[in-house]
Write a protein that binds this ligand. Structure first.
Ligand SMILES: O=C(O)CCC(=O)C(=O)O
Ligand SMILES: [Fe+2]
Length: 245
């Protein structure tokens, strides 16, 4: 699917708050497969605490991504917010080599007023930094970590740090949950909004196609209407590769 976030990298780890495994948060976005969930490690828990202090709200989910060198990237996208608690913030913690987060306003601003240029920003992400993405910014802007193919000798010390390897930890406050056996789903992004109202998860089919369309809308529409696209909820957990191709 065009416009989805694609990360070309080695390791992807997802951690969550292990509240006795009664249920756990899930973050749905267009991907061929959802990585397995693990409880927060002690180190990630420490980082999570710092993130929560900075944000003033909890985060219960982290996606950890490894960029081996400047060739690894994540393509331009808006984060998919069906499962992100409305009004919360998303945080990218950066460790290792400095890379640049690029932000660009969505294309539709130009369609409405062809003379307007799309705005563009470059934000360096140094080692040990936190990048806070508010949901209003996420609605108006796409973000990416582009490849950096400059010769090594032209890079700064910060960019060459840790041999060019970078680890990002993307923390989110997730409002959609799976039952411990992963058979049922409930919460903000599901059809059943309460634990008691949890319903069986759905694989593929027309509901998956509908969700993929909504994800596409979120990448393309500056005035993305959350209620219209996501309000009803979706119980889709896996997108079949055929739909996601
Ligand atoms: O690696 C990063 O800091 C960005 C990751 C990102 O945008 C995402 O996972 O949605
Ligand atoms: Fe993102």
């Amino acid at each position: 699917m065009e416009g989805k976030g694609v990360l070309i990298g080695t390791a992807v780890v997802v951690s969550h708050l292990a509240s006795a495994y009664l249920s756990f948060p899930i973050y749905r976005h267009p991907a061929d497969e959802s990585p397995q969930l693990h409880p927060f490690s002690p180190t990630v828990s420490l980082i999570r605490q710092r993130v929560e202090n900075a944000l003033g709200h909890p985060v219960n989910h982290v996606l950890i991504q490894h960029y081996r060198n400047g060739a690894d990237y994540i393509s331009e996208h808006s984060d998919k917010t069906i499962d992100v608690v409305r009004g919360s913030k998303i945080v990218n913690v950066s460790l290792g080599a400095q890379r640049v987060m690029t932000l660009r306003t969505k294309k539709d601003v130009q369609a409405e007023a062809p003379s307007t240029q799309r705005s563009y920003q470059r934000i360096p992400l140094p080692h040990n930094s936190m990048f806070v993405l508010g949901l209003e910014t996420n609605a108006k802007w796409l973000h990416a970590i582009r490849t950096d193919k400059r010769p090594e000798k032209t890079k700064s010390d910060a960019e060459r740090f840790e041999n060019g390897e970078r680890i990002s930890l993307t923390f989110r406050n997730i409002g959609t949950f799976l039952s411990a056996d992963q058979a049922r789903i409930y919460g903000q992004g599901a059809k059943g909004k309460t634990k008691e109202g949890a319903r069986p998860v759905v694989r593929g089919g027309s509901d998956a196609e509908k969700l993929i369309v909504a994800f596409g809308n979120e990448n393309h529409q500056s005035d993305f209407d959350w209620d219209e696209n996501y309000g009803e909820g979706s119980d889709v957990l896996h997108f079949s590769p055929a739909i996601n191709a």
